[in-house]
Design a protein around this ligand. Structure first.
Ligand SMILES: CC(C)(COP(=O)(O)OP(=O)(O)OC[C@H]1O[C@@H](n2cnc3c(N)ncnc32)[C@H](O)[C@@H]1OP(=O)(O)O)[C@@H](O)C(=O)NCCC(=O)NCCS
Length: 260
């Protein structure tokens, strides 16, 4: 197994998070590709772990923290580390050291780029990126927002701990309609999936439901809202991780619509 930089021939599978077999990934649309095209020349780094046959089993993506959902200076931020763990498609690559090798390669790379440290998000629940996994790899908590821990590993003594950028505003409801607001960065297909399900449900439920998209890959929009990915039905946020099913999103909007 080795860790390599993302090359043009891997871009398609990277944009599908190595899950070309998954209908859900397709449902998430092309947002990740759009996000990638925008960020590839803005400091985004992507590495893949490939096995002895050259098959990619895992990936890590990180960028300067100044472009991430956290505030900090001179650090890099891991948006996502992912080792394919399903039987389908290319199969299960977990527990073979790919995750550890990817994180270690990202740390070496960030150091070589002059970064003062690496930060990452981790959750305290047993899904997605677990904070405990980073703790095991020498990271400690710099901040917390709900179940989202902000972990970091400083490389130098002058490194300052990062902090979450916090939500700054909420959408407002409007008389005579249901407003569904989707904030979307595009880098995570799981988030894009929720966004696209909400868009579809809003369209199906007719003209009294309005879907509004806020593209937070625009830094000014992200800073205005203080959130990168979220779904609101009028002023109420719908928890988007793990991704709610289409019927649940549609049901929530339909209930609001009935009350108009
Ligand atoms: C966290 C994650 C990246 C770890 O990947 P991984 O490749 O399985 O990690 P490693 O193989 O380096 O380590 C995992 C375990 O396997 C063990 N292991 C590593 N190589 C091994 C080997 N050859 N034989 C047996 N066990 C091994 C490690 O000791 C480690 O054990 P631990 O869990 O007790 O610490 C992976 O579980 C993952 O992708 N999780 C989901 C993260 C996610 O949701 N990302 C998307 C966010 S948008």
């Amino acid at each position: 197994m080795k860790v390599i930089d993302l090359a043009p021939e891997h871009v398609d599978e990277y944009c599908l998070c190595l899950e070309e077999w998954s209908d859900e990934i397709r449902e998430a649309g092309t947002h990740k590709r759009r996000w990638f095209e925008k960020h590839r020349d803005q400091g985004l780094r992507v590495k893949l772990a490939v096995d002895e046959n050259g098959t990619a089993g895992g990936m890590i993506q990180y960028l300067p923290i100044e472009q991430s959902p956290a505030a900090g200076t001179g650090l890099y931020f891991v948006l996502c580390i992912w080792v394919h763990g399903y039987k389908q498609g290319r199969g299960n690559f977990r527990k073979r050291g790919m995750g550890t090798a990817l994180l270690s390669a990202a740390e070496d790379d960030a150091r070589a780029l002059g970064a003062k440290g690496l930060a990452a998000w981790g959750v305290s629940l047993p899904f997605w990126m677990r904070a405990s996994w980073f703790r095991k790899h020498g990271y400690r908590k710099a901040d917390r927002m709900g179940m989202m821990a902000l972990m970091w590993k400083p490389f130098r003594e002058d490194a300052e701990p990062p902090a979450w950028i916090r939500p700054k505003k909420k959408p407002q409801g409007e008389a005579g309609k249901v407003v569904v607001t989707g904030l979307l960065s595009g880098w995570c297909p799981a988030m894009s999936l929720v966004h696209e399900r909400a868009r579809r449900a809003a369209a199906e439920l007719g003209p009294a439901v309005e879907f509004r998209e806020v593209r937070t890959d625009d830094r000014a929009a992200f800073l205005e809202w203080g959130m990168s990915d979220a779904l609101f039905i009028d002023g109420k946020e719908l928890r988007s991780g793990p991704p709610p099913k289409y019927a649940r999103i549609r049901g929530k909007i339909a209930r609001k619509l009935k009350k108009l």
